[in-house]
Design a protein around this ligand. Structure first.
Ligand code: VGL
Ligand code: ZN
Length: 227
């Protein structure tokens, strides 16, 4: 029998970048992104604790092809921190592209982490920017709240979900990707590379049906003294 994950108060769901810019009509539309929204909403209801991430760039962000003379989207360039894929302009802070998908319905989300707001550094991961040293603060937040296991859903499986799961694991959390609630960009073997990395790092990549019924609901957070 396949392993079931029974949810409890030390589990948190990370919903990665469910924004218009990555959905149909968006500048960086990920195939099938819109169709996962109802499933993401349904999964979120099973979690007591949910954190959302939001890709949040300035105009002329260094990860945009438009900021590099003669370059096109999906080319890779060398930046001071290493190779960086160049993207179409997307998720400019405050724009419609950066807004969450209108059907995303997770009112009990406790935190929204914005990332990619430094003009010179991209940030796929919800924990570390692409220079791999600048932290977003999410690791400290999750640890301070007493979470142990991080489940991930959203966009894109082979970029922001991948890097977030890897960093969660490196920071000592258990990481479980709910694969049917993700969609991938899948360029230049990026999806295969992501799957290999999940296997190598012990990141579970399972169907959302693997989540068992939630443990009895409680009002307090896992580390609260219970007064
Ligand atoms: C993402 C590329 C650029 C993502 C964000 O959410 O996966 N990908 N910015
Ligand atoms: Zn981005």
């Amino acid at each position: 029998m396949k392993k079931k994950f029974r949810l409890g108060p030390t589990d948190v769901l990370l919903v990665i970048d469910m924004q218009n810019g990555f959905c149909a009509g968006g500048a960086l539309a990920v195939l099938g992104a819109d169709e996962i929204v109802p499933l993401v909403n349904e999964i979120a209801k099973r979690f007591e604790h949910v954190v959302l991430t939001q890709d949040w760039h300035l105009e002329r962000h260094r990860s945009f092809a438009s900021a590099h003379k003669g370059c096109r989207p999906f080319e890779t360039v060398e930046l001071p921190y290493g190779p960086q894929v160049l993207w179409p302009d997307h998720c400019i802070r405050g724009s419609q592209s950066a807004a969450f998908h209108p059907a995303l319905d997770i009112p009990h989300a406790e935190l929204i982490v914005r990332k990619g707001y430094h003009p010179e550094i991209d940030s796929y991961s919800a924990f570390f920017e692409n220079d791999r040293t600048t932290r977003t603060g999410l690791g400290g937040y999750l640890r301070e709240r007493g979470f142990v296991r991080v489940f991930l859903v959203g966009l894109a499986l082979d970029f922001c979900v991948r890097y977030s799961a890897e960093d969660a694991r490196k920071l000592g959390f258990d990481a479980v990707i709910l694969e049917d609630a993700c969609r991938a960009i899948d360029m230049d073997g990026s999806l295969d590379a992501a799957r290999k990395s999940f296997a190598a790092l012990g990141i579970a990549c399972v169907a959302s049906g693997s989540i068992g019924a939630p443990a009895a609901r409680r009002q307090s957070s896992p580390t609260s003294p219970g007064i």
